[in-house]
Design a protein around this ligand. Structure first.
Ligand code: ADP
Ligand code: MG
Length: 159
């Protein structure tokens, strides 16, 4: 685990999209992005930016009902956007196909990763690149977004 932590405050949804875009442009495939934080924190908004930064269309919607929304594009790595709100336990997680989606050709972004914390920790221990991003609502349009992990490739870009 790389302990590098970075903290941002955004003041509009657009700023959160921009931050997602920057981070998305630095991904190389194989990463799991584990989102934490309450409803309305900006996780889905941030994921729209992530998609743009990865060169995918920006038509990102909440995966709440589908559990997973797939954004695939030939010749590039894909984005699989999960919502773990209703997922409880490894068996439920396995039934979503989560483990089959993990590959070097994909980025996984998971909302409510709190619900799969043990599985995420196990993946991290076995070498998967896990980036944790926490969203806190500071009131009004202010959101504190704290990222952990991602390795040295993020160190300069996020200063
Ligand atoms: P989550 O997926 O964490 O539940 P969403 O991205 O779906 O959150 O919703 C965030 C809501 O908060 C949206 O209605 C968005 O317009 C609003 N919002 C206000 N300020 C911000 C901000 N700085 N960043 C992200 N969203 C914001
Ligand atoms: Mg959401």
């Amino acid at each position: 685990m790389n302990g590098l932590t970075k903290c941002f405050v955004t003041r509009s949804p657009e700023e959160t999209v921009k931050l997602g875009e920057k981070i998305g442009s630095l991904l190389s495939g194989g990463e799991i992005i584990a989102y934490k934080g309450d409803l309305g924190g900006g996780k889905t908004t941030f994921t729209r930016g992530l998609a743009i930064g990865m060169g995918l269309p920006d038509q990102v919607s909440s995966p709440t009902f589908a559990i997973v929304n797939e954004y695939r594009r030939e010749g590039r790595f894909s984005l699989f956007h999960f919502d773990m709100y209703r997922i409880n336990g490894s068996e439920a997680l396995e039934s979503t196909g989560f483990f089959d989606y993990i590959s070097d050709n994909a980025v996984i972004a998971a909302e409510w990763s709190e619900n799969i914390a043990e599985d995420i920790a196990a993946l991290e221990r076995s070498g998967t690149d896990v980036i944790t991003i926490e969203f806190e609502n500071l009131g009004g349009d202010e959101r504190r977004i704290t990222t952990r992990g991602g390795g040295e490739k993020f160190a300069d870009a996020w200063d």
